[in-house]
Design a protein around this ligand. Structure first.
Ligand code: ADP
Ligand code: MG
Length: 481
């Protein structure tokens, strides 16, 4: 909705009056609430959001009232961002949504639902809100997260293939449950959404329409608690058990949440027994999810467990290339190499850095160069330049391959000693801001060309040998954390 310039001007003069033809703010509230209702579903709506009453709009601030401090805090935590975003979509001049405890000067719009009350002016839900009712337990999917936009490389090809398979043939034997795990920012959520999108669009074999419920484990818990509060747990259970595919993201969140875990376990069993598909993700493998009940872990291990490994340099480059192409911006290979070297642990950060470069280039109408990259990303790069010392690197690497620390600076050239030493040099180059000659000196006064050779040799080996690459990435992550 366009907000007129006049409307913006009126901001300075206190309470904003609706322009002629502009919906009154109570209508806007009805729409905001309608949207939220269709996003969060009936159960949550009834437990929390229905209790909100509209206070009014004053300048750039919207006031909403809640009956108790507990509810206010809960609504703020669970829905605060969505409330603000939806209000802003209705009315761009709104900057703040204030949640207050206590009665409102206006009657709750909800009373119009009672049969005996004469209908108050309340906007009917708009056609698009009604058109395609999602299963109300499911969370919204990010349309950017599809199989097409997921860049496949050695570290994630297995997880990708499993996800594709489930999207084509949900509940196929051996893939149920599908358990995706991997570190932060390696694409778990992306793959989950891709599966859900594909299924929801009828991508499964034979073009079958399949009902999918995707949610984070955290949402699962919120909903479960909300259902208990509103005494509608039966309804909640039925809803969950009625889907064809249940997807729960970030399952590690359930650790220590015993009741929710229990509920999930029962839902899980009921669905699997009924031949429905389950997909879950976690930052750890089922065996490493200590704190999760054994019987749940056992069941999670029964299907397909697929991990997303740390990205390799090669994959990071491919991802950057794909993102640059889709943004329609020419990014020189040198800049991509620079980013892929510096930001190694998390694709989200890598993506963020590239986006910043692109935004900067667009803003100033200048091409992306290595110099601007260094300048614009100064703070990001500094954060990644955590002060790991060369001594620390040497110690970790020596421990990892079980060699003596003194061999890092010894003259011994046997492969079992020379290779770890090269890795340590490589990591020193990557993780510290020391120059090649400085690094050389720390490794028994070696020449800077020796360090240079080590860096390129290790890089080559990592491209060729996935298990070696994994060792090196593991060391890097240990040192970086
Ligand atoms: P996780 O859930 O594992 O923490 P996400 O799925 O949220 O990670 O991924 C973080 C960001 O990185 C997302 O924007 C995602 O699109 C992007 N991303 C991760 N892996 C890939 C990949 N292989 N190809 C394209 N984008 C990726
Ligand atoms: Mg995620």
């Amino acid at each position: 909705m366009a907000v007129s310039v006049k409307g913006q001007d009126a901001l300075s003069s206190g309470t904003r009056k609706a322009e002629p033809g502009e919906p009154a703010s109570s209508e806007r509230w009805a729409r905001v609430r309608g949207r939220l209702q269709s996003e969060v579903g009936e159960v949550e709506y009834r437990s929390w959001l229905r209790q909100i009453t509209f206070g009014g709009v004053d300048g750039d601030e919207v006031t909403l009232h809640l009956p108790s401090a507990f509810m206010r805090d809960w609504v703020r935590t669970a829905y605060g961002d969505r409330l603000s975003a939806l209000w802003q979509a209705e009315d761009r001049s709104v900057r703040r949504v204030e949640l207050r405890v206590g009665g409102s000067p206006m009657p709750s719009g909800e009373t119009v639902l009672a049969a005996t009350t004469p209908p108050a002016p309340r906007m009917a839900p708009r056609a698009e809100e009604r058109a395609e009712p999602r299963p109300e337990i499911a969370a919204a999917l990010d349309p950017r997260y599809t199989f097409e936009t997921f860049v496949v490389g050695k570290p994630n090809e297995f997880a990708y293939a499993c996800a594709r398979r489930v999207a084509e043939r949900p509940a196929s034997t051996g893939f149920n449950p599908l358990f995706l795990y991997g570190g932060v920012g390696l694409g778990k959520t992306h793959l989950m959404h891709a599966v859900a999108c594909e299924l929801a669009l009828g991508g499964a074999e034979g073009g079958r329409k399949v009902s999918v419920a995707y949610m984070s484990a955290e949402k699962f818990m919120y909903r479960f608690i909300a259902a208990i509060r509103s005494q509608s747990t039966m309804e909640f259970k039925e809803q969950l058990r009625s889907v064809d595919v249940l997807m729960v993201d970030d399952l590690q969140f359930l650790i220590g949440k015993d009741n929710t875990q229990e509920e999930f376990f029962h839902t899980f069993n009921a669905l699997v027994d009924a031949g429905k598909q389950i997909v879950v993700s976690s930052d750890k493998s089922p065996s490493d999810l200590s704190g999760l009940e054994d019987r749940l872990r056992t069941r999670l291990n029964c299907g397909m467990v697929a991990d997303l490994h740390a990205t390799t340099f090669e994959l990071r480059i491919s991802i950057l290339e794909a993102k640059a192409v889709s943004a329609g911006v020419a990014v020189p290979p040198k800049v991509m190499e620079f980013l892929a070297h510096k930001i190694t642990s998390n694709v989200r950060e890598l993506e963020g850095a590239l986006n910043r470069l692109i935004a900067h280039a667009n803003l100033f109408g200048r091409p992306v160069t290595l110099e601007t990259a260094q300048e614009v990303l100064h703070d990001v790069l500094k954060a990644h330049d955590r002060r790991v010392t060369i001594e620390e690197i040497q110690k970790r690497v020596a421990e990892h391959w079980n060699i003596r620390l003194t061999d890092m600076s010894s003259a011994r050239r046997a492969r079992n000693v020379a290779r770890p030493r090269q890795v340590a040099m490589y990591l020193a180059k990557q993780l510290t801001s020391r120059s090649l000659p400085e690094i050389g000196r720390k490794f028994g006064n070696r020449d800077h060309t020796t360090v240079m050779h080590a860096v390129s040799r290790v890089g080559e080996l990592m491209e060729r040998d996935a298990s070696f690459a994994e060792d090196v990435e593991l060391l890097r992550r240990m040192l970086e954390s």
